[in-house]
Design a protein around this ligand. Structure first.
Ligand SMILES: Cc1cc2nc3c(=O)[nH]c(=O)nc-3n(C[C@H](O)[C@H](O)[C@H](O)COP(=O)(O)O)c2cc1C
Length: 406
């Protein structure tokens, strides 16, 4: 766990434990990082993880996963981003910015765009109407998205981040292109897997061209969508073989989407995921054929599980929830401590509300850390959900004002 890892571009992770991406919803005025994010990342920066991956940063302010998100575009001022990167790097960790476009996974009340491979709405039962009606993208819009990923990566490097992670998992835009359920195009961006994977590969190439060779370029990929007829484990393997041909420094394996939240351990196609290290079997198989190091994230909160992941040939252990609960978890593990690092369990009848409550618990922890409140309090899931709804409504008004004024 605590041995360094040299990545394909020659750069070095000081150890094998990574803080995986967690959307913070803590952007300041102008959708920029501010004191709340700086303080939160100072906690992670001294927490002992060798790699810190930010929550998803939006490459287009008109397409956001939530109103409290950070936006980094070509002309965004970089000062606040420099402080954010420096806070994370204070003890030598690498800090990678996760770049994302949500595609059709956008709430209807956000406004802005819901660009997608095809005009297929989200299938979320009684919650489907809460999502925006997607619009099938034109060639020009696809070209714009590729250019935006590259511009944001370039800006992240200028701001002092040591890498970017391209978000191609969890049902966001690139993951929608990969999925045969969401992508019904008949042009060169749809149909056979080589076409569905084209957007991901083009984004990786465009990003690589705009950044220095020692700047890391990583990808977060689903090991499967866990939906009948969706992106399958075999397709994930083929996409990994395609990525093998490109200068990619690390692939993180996760799974699922809003429709099938396997990343939270819940698969819609009745697959059984492991109780801890959900994607370990997939990650082990893929690590065996990957030219770059593989990381897996999902369900890992104990040092013995992390060690089992590494023993199976996976190079890096991704930890999200447990790093919000205890931001210096790697440091504690290194000194032999193994504290309980999971929030209160939630299992309500309504699966969607259960997931929202689980996320709200973690966002509340991040909010507390952003106020330097480090005491590990056991929050009520219901209260956390209500607080989250209230905060979202408030930030939504601010986001709408920002969007209008642009
Ligand atoms: C509140 C919250 C926000 C998340 N935000 C992101 C994100 O911005 N990008 C991402 O790739 N994954 C995101 N995830 C998923 C995590 O990175 C991770 O894949 C998942 O939580 C499983 O890992 P864990 O069991 O260690 O939490 C988020 C998860 C939660 C709970």
């Amino acid at each position: 766990m605590f041995t360094p890892l040299i990545l394909p571009n020659g750069s070095r992770l000081p150890n094998r434990l990574a803080k995986a991406a967690l959307e913070e919803n803590l952007a300041d005025e102008g959708q920029l990082p501010g004191p709340a994010l700086w303080r939160l990342y100072r906690h992670w920066g001294i927490g002992g993880a060798g790699l810190i991956i930010t929550g998803n940063v939006m490459i287009d302010g008109r397409a956001m996963t939530g109103p409290g998100g950070v936006v980094l575009e070509q002309d965004t001022p970089l000062e606040a981003f420099k402080t954010w990167a420096a806070a994370s790097r204070q003890e030598g960790a690498q800090v990678w910015m996760q770049l994302s476009h949500p595609g059709r996974q956008v709430m209807a009340n956000m406004g802005g765009n819901a660009w997608a491979p095809s005009a297929i709405p989200m299938a979320m039962g009684k919650y489907s109407k809460a999502f925006a009606q997607p619009e099938a993208m034109s060639e020009a819009q696809i070209a714009e998205v590729i250019a935006r990923f590259a511009a944001s990566a370039h800006a992240a490097e200028k701001a002092g981040f040591t890498g970017v992670q391209i978000h191609a998992a969890h049902g966001y835009l690139i993951s929608q292109f990969l999925s045969p359920l969401a992508n019904r195009r008949s042009d060169r961006w749809g149909g056979e897997l080589a076409n569905r994977a084209r957007l991901l590969l083009e984004v990786v190439r465009a990003v690589r061209q705009r950044v220095s060779p020692d700047f890391c370029v990583a990808v977060k990929l689903n090991s499967a969508d866990f939906q009948r007829g969706g992106f399958s484990p075999d397709e994930a393997r083929q996409v990994l073989l395609m990525l093998n041909e490109l200068p990619v420094d690390l692939v993180e394996l996760s799974g699922g989407s809003y429709e099938s939240p396997a990343m939270q351990g819940e698969a819609a196609d009745d697959s059984t995921l492991a109780r801890e290290a959900y994607f370990l079997t997939f990650a082990r198989d893929l690590a065996a054929v990957a030219r770059m190091p593989v990381m897996t994230t999902g369900g890992i909160a104990r040092p013995s599980v992390a060690q089992r992941v590494l023993n199976s040939g996976v190079a890096v252990v991704g930890i999200a929830t447990a790093m919000a609960e205890i931001p210096d978890l790697p440091r504690r593990w290194q000194t032999g401590e193994a504290p309980h690092a999971l929030p209160a369990p939630v299992k309500w009848r309504d699966k969607t509300l259960t997931l929202l409550a689980r996320m709200a618990l973690i966002k509340r922890r991040m909010y507390a850390l952003s106020r330097d409140r480090t005491r590990n309090v056991r929050y009520s899931p219901l209260w956390s959900l209500l607080i989250d709804r209230w905060r979202t409504r408030r930030t939504l008004r601010r986001y709408h004002a920002w969007l209008r004024q642009r």
